[in-house]
Design a protein around this ligand. Sequence first.
Ligand code: ZN
Length: 247
Amino acid sequence: MRPIGAGVCSICGERLFSSYALSSPDTEPRCGLCRRIDPAFARAVAYGSYEAGLRELIHLLKYAGVRPAANVLGRMLAEAIAELEPELPADPIAVVPVPLHRTKLRQREFNHAELIARAAMKLSPVPGLLRLDAGVLERKRETLSQTGLTSHQRRENVRGAFGVARPEAVKGREVLLVDDVYTTGATVSECARVLRRAGANKVWVATVARTLKASDQHVEIQLPADAVDSEIPSGVQDIRVARAVGI
Ligand SMILES: [Zn+2]
């Protein structure tokens, strides 16, 4: 359960390859995806990598219904939110958990993202800055499990799945969207898109965990021994990531 270190995309938090991260003069480096598409959210932060202990803890809450796990996960989320705090406005910010469809909510009896958000907010160093607005977003239709879908399929799967039930709660305000795991960003991107369309000024994203594609497998690309970083084509990073995830 290790926190994600430096050398990550300044927008989505994806791990960057050291050659890019170290050589780039850019103080706000972006991964290949965030350079191609401008995400609807301003920045996404996560506490740790979605593996081993952290994954088990999230599963304990979501699938085994062990609610006290939300307190531990909330502490982690609070650490992730702390990274955003220098950039957050002084006015209260609407904290919006990614909602479940009502059928799933009935089955599970709680929205895990909301429980984690509530636990994290208790630890906020600035009382009153974070205000839970759980009913702002609604999941209008049930979606397939995102597990096993490609990045493109995930985006298709969630397109149009969310709606803003109370636009007046977000119009002209900044929003902090909260979920348990950031995988490809498809879900939070879709939520951020509808929140922005409803008038939110900015959408920030905080999750407990994040999958780091580049760490799934170690992939090497042979470059000439005398290649300097400025000669490495900009697409190399994308090719590496695509191969690492088997696209
Ligand atoms: Zn990125």
